[in-house]
Design a protein around this ligand. Sequence first.
Ligand code: FAD
Length: 388
Amino acid sequence: MRVAVVGGGAVGLTAAYDLAARDIDVTLFERGEYDAARSDASATPADGSSARAAGVLYDAYAEDIDAEIGGRALERFREFSGDDGFEFRQCPYVMVAREGDEAAADAMATSVERMRVHGREVSVVDPEELGDRFPLRTDDMLAAAVAENAGWTDPASYVSAMAAKARHAGVAFETGRSVGLSVDPPGVVDSGGRRTERRDDGATREFDAVLVATGAQTKRLFAEAGVAVPMKPYRVQALTGREAYDGPMVYDATAGVYFRPHPIGVLAGDGTVPVEANLDEWNRDADDWFVDDIRAALTERADYDLDVAQAWAGLCAATPDGDPLLGELREGVFVAAGWQGHGFMRAPATGEAIAKQILGEDGGIASFDPRRFSGDETFEVREGMALD
Ligand SMILES: Cc1cc2nc3c(=O)[nH]c(=O)nc-3n(C[C@H](O)[C@H](O)[C@H](O)COP(=O)(O)OP(=O)(O)OC[C@H]3O[C@@H](n4cnc5c(N)ncnc54)[C@H](O)[C@@H]3O)c2cc1C
């Protein structure tokens, strides 16, 4: 069996590795260049979202399938930790609702109850007790919860490690040029164009199956092949700060901000801009309002004085119901995209699941079947982190 994987971010690489580890002949097409200074495909292509992600990892999900996938992903992150420069750092994840934000507090209580039904190690805690355990300000908190099975990593190191694993498992890499999609027959349209440049007159290379894991570009890739998928790219933002921070990971639901420890100090983010981004001209730098919001939230929550090291934006992809499109969309054509801001932390499990499905096995992802939509749905972009 010959499989093409289009897109070499966290998801495509995981799927390619899992397929090749089962002796499948896999070619991975990535329009970005991996680190040219190294002979192996080992650095993250700068174009993808995986290189821009925050690396916040947890299994604290309320829905059955999400909890299952979140749990499996953490299991694999732990398994891979120590390989090829990748490291999983255990760290609890604290969720907070401030006084006056009853809606977030109620949503948190309901979600925690459902997470616990799935055996997740999450509990609602008294803000005062939280303050005893962690260096956080708690006097303005209405409610808080702690998820223990959580941690963080450098997302680029996961991509590097998976690229190295995929190469060792026999995946052939074709990088540095954008390819198009052929749906019937399943294949890639190899134009010879560099990066985003693409011609429509290229030859089609047929495969037994094609997996499209092109992140925020997925809607466009399918549209160019004549298939409508309901997906909207939107901007989210993150920054790093230089002062040391050694508290837990925190999601302040009222402020709409998360932060975590980082080797140089702190990493913080969210900054969702809930409108469809223009794929040809989106701003890769963070907005001033985002930096101001983070500065305020870090001071209020952790008495942290922000000295910005780097601030950036990246793209996520929304779907009508907030769930991914993960499965076979047309015969032999599979899709893995639409993560609503949670694609990195689930990649070890979603990549594995789609690889199983390509091999005709049950990947346990029937409820993410991309054929649940017709493709012409109208919908608004929803904030991915919100507790609801
Ligand atoms: C600021 C920020 C913070 C985030 N924080 C988190 C977090 O803490 N936890 C979390 O789970 N998620 C987070 N996310 C979301 C996460 O980054 C994505 O969901 C995830 O990385 C998606 O991985 P992917 O492999 O599907 O896509 P990508 O990493 O985007 O990979 C797709 C690849 O396809 C390639 N490509 C596109 N078109 C073509 C083509 N035509 N031909 C060849 N190659 C092509 C691209 O170059 C790219 O490398 C964050 C996102 C951002 C922007």
